[in-house]
Design a binder for this molecule. Sequence first.
Ligand SMILES: Cc1ncc(COP(=O)(O)O)c(C=O)c1O
Length: 422
Amino acid sequence: MKRRTLIVGGVAGALGFGALLRPRDVGQEHAPYFRALSAALDNAGQAKPTLVVDRALLLSNIQTLMAHISDRFAYRIVVKSLPSVPLLETVMQVTGSNRVMMFHQPFINRVATRFPQADILLGKPMPVMAAHNFYQQFPGGNFNPQRQLRWLLDTPERSAQYAELAESLGQDMQICIELDVGLHRGGVRSDEQLIAMLDLIQQSQHLQFCGFMGYEPHIVKVPVGNPITYRDRAVALYQHYIDVARQYLGAAWPQDVVLNAGGSPTYQLYDQGTFPFNELSAGSCLVKPTDFDMPTLADHKPASYIATPVLKALDTLQIPGIDLGGLQSAWDPNRARTFFTYGGYWKARPESPVGLSNNALYGRSSNQEMLNGSRSIALRPDDWVFLRPTQSEFVFLQFGDIAVYDGGRITDYWPVFTETTA
Ligand SMILES: Cc1ncc(COP(=O)(O)O)c(C=O)c1O
């Protein structure tokens, strides 16, 4: 064979191979669900980045959750993942639960005032000054912190600080102890540590031991090994610390002890069998951000979206400087068009229309974010783009009131938590 034929053949082969590798057009129009949601937002006069919760899907997720746990465990609502008073109220009403888990001092004050029947368990240990600030900002009322607020403590040192605070305020406090059941994010890791804490609590005139919290999301997240093995190890550790505390406390073991575990990723792992805890926490699974797309939550549905208007729609991709935009779009049909959205750079993934993606070469923007898509995507300025939050915690707080979507309309606006204590 001649050398020229060889080269030509090689080039043609490479081109053929390249054509095989070339991404195919994955762009689509909005599915009917998102067309209806777009119309609802337009009819409601919306024109800014908006956090939408689908009420019917939220209610269906609540039903799913309660079907798994209702007669086996009490349900504790994780407020950081559902950070809005009316959202929390809806979940409380439908589940009949007044138990909440909280992670932020100003929001604890809000909930104590707004829900005087709430039973609040801290989800993390707070600096003692944060506890001090809670009492200072608490205006009084029907909520009784002495019975209804359970501070979470992780070390003997912090227990001593809280004992001192309780003494100085003359304030009785419920104390829950954090256990390390395998997550290794702090909490009690030895019998000695546990006994030292129980000792300090017993010695205090004002602290009352009320139970344990042992969070265990690692059992579905560690990349190697079987979740059930990790679950059983966590359960055995939990049981061990209960035995140690029961033995130490004897008759002082609380009658109405709180033994908290679980979170969205793991709560379904306790559907069958006997376990030492008496309540499970969950929040995120009720709105299901993308971080919760996991086999243990297969029967939960996404119920929240970020909706944002398209500001600009271009039929090319141009990148300032060494313009590789033309090359990018020539190679990848999904980079043929460019859209700039109102805001961006949220902890979120583009959801609809299908086929939109960020452009790493151009970069991200919280002001006007670039998204690329193929020519199959016919978005125009003022159309809506939908993203799914990767998490609800914090993300839900970035958009003002939540737009509640129900029966094809925006029916309500739910304020989210703010830092003020008013
Ligand atoms: C102590 C604790 N319990 C439970 C949860 C579960 O919350 P979610 O169901 O929203 O994942 C968390 C989440 O961070 C947590 O820190």
